[in-house]
Design a protein around this ligand. Sequence first.
Ligand SMILES: Cc1cc2nc3c(=O)[nH]c(=O)nc-3n(C[C@H](O)[C@H](O)[C@H](O)COP(=O)(O)OP(=O)(O)OC[C@H]3O[C@@H](n4cnc5c(N)ncnc54)[C@H](O)[C@@H]3O)c2cc1C
Length: 391
Amino acid sequence: MTQTDNITSPRAIVIGGSLGGLFAGTMLRKAGWIVDIFERSTHDLDSRGGGVVLQPDVVQVFREVGIKISKMNLGVPSKDRVVYSKDGTVVDRRAAPQIQTSWSLIYTTLKEVFGDEHYHRGRVLKDIEQDRDAKTVTAIFDDGSRETGDLLVGADGNGSTVRQLIWPQSKPTYAGYLAWRGLIPEDGLTPAAKEGLSGDFGFSNTTGSHILGYLVPGEHNATSVGERIYNWVWYRVANDETLRSIMTDKDGKYRGFSMPEGKLSEHWKEHVYREADELLPRPFREAVRSTHEPFGQAIRDLTVPSMVDGRVVLLGDAAFIPRPHTAASTSKAAANAISLYDTLTSVPNDIDEALARWEPRQLYLGKVLYEQGTRAGDSLLFRRDLNERVG
Ligand SMILES: Cc1cc2nc3c(=O)[nH]c(=O)nc-3n(C[C@H](O)[C@H](O)[C@H](O)COP(=O)(O)OP(=O)(O)OC[C@H]3O[C@@H](n4cnc5c(N)ncnc54)[C@H](O)[C@@H]3O)c2cc1C
């Protein structure tokens, strides 16, 4: 997918080159815009977590930007949703066919479509200037460089600099629990774990503990049997002090809200294994025990009152972070980008009008997912009714 640097084409500056930035970048280019993505990371992004439930909006972006989905494996199918009690009995099994993909598969697929030429690594946004008369916006980077365009898309994730600059009152808040996570090559699963968990979407809940897992594509997006990866996510309640200790890595560095694979301290690694023995049914217990490098992510909530300010828009996790129980944060970023394309192409000569049409539905989507996710998470982890929290 190439872009012609036509003098009359509007220019978009996209901050953040993860999934939200790539959804927006590829869709804006399809709308005829000149698009440059600026990503603070100096290297290709990878290992960003694991499994993602494949949702229709992601498939739609793939189709819209010309990816031949009939010629690729989009992920790993699962057949049933299976719920285990703590003693290992199956308490519920129902057919729920779906496909699980991975962050890496979506990223590498879109990155290949977008190409390297207009994807700029190692560029850290520091400030934004808007000329409201000229209807332009300028991104200022930490190396002093500047880029001016007709639209700036803040796709810079949950710690968004764009949001901090323009919506400083909107900050993520800790939800009171974290997700322990693990990725294991499927051949590394014990026979009991493989038999109990492979091919299905497995769950097990007890008070203050909720685990789920499924197979996702393996290295180089491989989906053949034997090459896939088992991905588990285990939610556990943790107060602020405990979270701070968990997020202090094995070298003593405090990492805030996300502990990458390979960095968890021995103390907390042992804790995860010990709690698996105490709280989980055998298939999950053995899956967790077989994971050499568990990692963790604090669950946080974020909403914003608006997503447009002049020629700046926010999308993806920069705007709303729905709880992961919605399985919708990646698809929300895709939906934001699809809708941006739709509105900009439906009023091609009036960007302001297009943004005014774009915003209300995106705010609605973000709020609905926020409420759904909060309801699900609070009920699962705290047995708390949503009405006590956001009603
Ligand atoms: C560590 C991690 C693991 C995740 N795992 C999963 C998962 O397993 N399943 C799932 O569904 N979702 C997962 N997510 C969330 C999912 O990736 C996002 O919902 C989805 O990618 C849309 O997010 P985003 O692109 O809006 O933000 P992000 O994925 O957070 O990307 C934001 C990007 O902006 C860049 N950036 C930030 N600040 C600046 C700046 N000042 N200048 C330039 N660039 C900047 C960051 O480096 C990053 O690449 C994960 C996210 C993270 C961060």
